[in-house]
Design a protein around this ligand. Structure first.
Ligand code: VGL
Ligand code: ZN
Length: 208
């Protein structure tokens, strides 16, 4: 594919806490930085997301008595995986990965700010009701196709890709510019759900 003016590169959560040195390390997370910097040169419009939680966020295991990271709890909006404390608003771990180019991004979306609701998706919080406004912002810019990359494949990338499809955007995931966490088979399940929803999967080398 050759990026056109109606294409957006959406860079999901390339933040310190998801790197090898971070609080919620994504295996090989650091490996996406180089490919994503190269991809950014090929798109006229780039948007970045940041996971951006308050200290009392419901997704943090240490905010639940007797619970450990990677356990699942039932919340009013459904099942919620509990995570190590990560991407706390304004903390070093919430910053963009050192080395990630950020100058060309015209839009930065922060998500997961509500203490009671997680938001893997860049479009819709886990209550499936509260919108971030990203879909409207992209429509106003004439964007029709989204190319996703970043972290983590099976959580924030997959949920964002599925919601992008649901919002009517053509949606592509760059398979070698994402990495996953893989909790209980979540990685294979995420790819299957994306494929079933019509999300296309390509390699970075196919974008020129
Ligand atoms: C993410 C788990 C918790 C992600 C964010 O960016 O994929 N995963 N918060
Ligand atoms: Zn999070």
């Amino acid at each position: 594919m050759t990026p056109a003016a109606s294409d957006l590169l959406l860079v999901i959560d390339v933040q310190v806490d998801f790197l090898t040195c971070g609080a919620l390390p994504v295996p090989q997370g650091d490996a996406v930085v180089g490919p994503i910097n190269a991809l950014q040169q090929k798109f006229r419009t780039v948007a970045l997301t940041q996971d951006w939680h308050p200290a009392d966020h419901v997704s943090f295991a240490d905010n639940h008595v007797g619970r450990a990271p990677f356990e699942t709890v039932a919340l009013p909006y459904g099942a919620q995986v509990l995570w190590p404390r990560h991407c706390v608003q304004g903390s070093p771990g919430a910053g963009f990965a050192p080395g990630l180019a950020t100058d060309r991004a015209s839009l930065v979306i922060r998500k997961g700010l509500d203490p009671r609701v997680d938001s893997y998706s860049a479009f819709l919080e886990a209550d499936r009701a509260t919108r971030t406004g990203l879909a409207g912002a992209l429509r106003e810019r004439g964007i029709t196709r989204l190319v996703l990359c970043g972290l983590a494949t099976d959580f924030c990338v997959a949920w964002s890709a599925l919601d992008a499809r649901a919002a009517g955007f053509d949606t592509v995931v760059v398979a070698d510019a994402v990495r996953g966490i893989d909790v209980d088979g979540s990685l294979a399940q995420a790819w299957a759900r994306m494929e079933a929803a019509g999300v296309r999967r390509i390699a970075a080398a196919e974008i020129g």
